[in-house]
Design a protein around this ligand. Structure first.
Ligand code: UDX
Length: 448
């Protein structure tokens, strides 16, 4: 099917490339001409495992192209996926201006039937607004449908998540839209494609994927409710981690013990310095705002958010307990991205910690395997280092902010010898406490 993807951020790019990979003819559009120039050269403007390989392959097969011109993208497409950003406004609500602007253009440039698919995370009832905008601005009386198809892609694993989702959710108003979306996702639903990551039949994740068909409002709500629930699990285990510290219990064991109950599940129970990224924090904020406007005070989610904010304070307290004042002390941060396997630093707990430390007069050094470029541009006061060893040099504490695999295999003896004071705060509980103590560190984890 001819598909247009509008917006080539994380979600748009992965969506476009993966739809091409499963056999569709996809044209991706973005108003950022520099991004498009880079993509036309088959390079990708973000770090996302496997993505570049798929861009090259699908470009070469003639199934994937890029343009900065929205009219070019829309002309031959039957389905148009809207993947533009919905960043938070100052009051926490999602800024839907890009969605509206794009919808108006789609309306103006369409001269044949279009299925407009909302992929960006949007407040419930945005579909109705898209429909209204299309009705007002379509130049001819062209036929169209609106659908919601929320994404559940995790950064760093997005190329794997796309063909192996736990479920595909589509919110539609009629059978025509449903059938088109069924056709688009048929290879994934029926596992009828060559897995781009795991080679051929050896793909262990090959199984039929449930397709959930709902009305548009429900599909939109599923997205917000899912992310809120995930955030709630993280804040819950973080609150339990604090209680573990008060009682001498171990949050790893507690999480294991509760997670094996299938009704609870083992995932998203890793205690630490809290959740970041461009999805969970902003989606929760926007969900709190939406529900408030609807007349419901979502106190539970406000508490989830509050617990998450407190994670940073807890880390600073751990440092102060050991170092007393932080003024003039040098602290090293290992990991700056909001989670491993991504270069994304948006709402990263690491950078919140950096800001907090700088405010207290500390000298902050930092290193990340992939996020240095982005961090250097945005947070100029941090002293950036080439590697973990350089970061450790002459510090009085190291904080592990992101659980990058390479940090597990560091020569910790050498790290210790480089530090003024061998204190480590393991903000992701990624190291083994006993081993670190054996090396000579004063080690503090989260709830362990
Ligand atoms: C999330 C959702 O998982 C995805 O379905 C949605 O579509 C987009 O938002 P993402 O933002 O890529 O994906 O990251 P995710 O893997 O969910 O992690 C979010 C944050 O929570 C990270 O900062 C991570 O470090 C933290 N986290 C996650 C924990 O602190 N503990 C956990 O147990 C899990």
């Amino acid at each position: 099917m001819n598909i247009a993807v509008i917006g080539v951020g994380y979600v748009g790019l992965v969506t476009g490339v993966c739809l091409a990979e499963i056999g569709h003819k996809v044209i991706c559009q973005d108003s950022d001409e520099e991004k498009i120039r880079v993509l036309k050269e088959a390079r990708i403007p973000i770090y996302e495992p496997h993505l570049e390989k798929l861009v090259v392959r699908n470009k070469n097969k003639g199934r994937l192209s890029f343009t900065a011109n929205l009219q070019d993208a829309v002309t031959n497409a039957i389905a148009v996926f809207i993947c533009v950003g919905t960043p938070p406004l100052e009051n926490g609500e999602a800024d839907l201006s890009a969605i509206e602007a794009v919808t108006r253009k789609i309306a103006r440039f369409s001269s044949s039937y279009k299925l407009i698919v909302e992929k960006s995370t949007v407040p419930v009832q945005t579909g109705l607004w898209v429909e209204r905008t299309m009705n007002i601005h379509r130049s001819k009386n062209i036929d169209f449908d609106v659908a919601s198809n929320p994404e559940f892609l995790r950064e760093g694993q997005a190329v794997c998540d796309f063909p192996h989702p736990d479920r595909i959710v589509i919110g539609v108003q009629n059978e025509k839209a449903e059938n088109l979306l069924r056709e688009i996702y048929e290879p994934i639903i029926n596992c009828n494609f060559n897995c781009p990551i795991h080679s051929g039949n050896s793909c262990s994740e090959n199984e039929l994927v449930p397709l959930i068909v709902t009305d548009i409002n429900s599909a939109e709500l599923i997205k917000h409710a899912s992310n809120s629930f995930l955030a709630m699990k993280i804040s819950f285990i973080n609150a339990i981690a604090d209680i573990c510290e008060m009682t001498g219990a171990n949050v790893r064991d507690v999480a294991h013990g509760i997670g094996l109950d299938k009704r609870i599940g083992r995932d998203f129970l890793r205690a630490g310095i809290g959740f970041g990224g461009f999805c969970l924090p902003k989606d929760i904020q926007s969900f709190i705002k939406i529900t408030k406007r609807l007349g419901y005070d979502f106190k539970l989610l406000r508490e989830v958010e509050k617990i998450n904010e407190q994670r940073i304070v807890k880390v600073i307290e751990k440092l102060k307990r050991k170092l007393s004042t932080l003024k003039g002390k040098t602290i090293g941060l290992l990991g700056l991205s909001f989670k491993p396997d991504t270069d994304d630093i948006r709402f990263s707990p690491a950078l919140k910690i950096a800001q907090f430390l700088l405010k207290q007069g500390a000298i902050v050094k930092g290193y990340d395997p992939e996020a240095m470029g982005k961090a250097e541009k945005e947070f100029t006061e941090v002293l950036y280092c080439k590697n973990a060893y350089q970061t450790a040099e002459k510090t009085e504490a190291l904080i592990i902010c992101t659980e990058w695999e390479e940090f597990k295999n560091l020569d910790w003896k050498q790290i210790k010898s480089l530090m003024i004071y061998p204190f480590i705060v393991d903000g992701r509980n990624m190291l083994i406490k006993e081993q670190m103590i054996k090396v000579g560190f004063e080690y503090v984890g989260i709830g362990i």
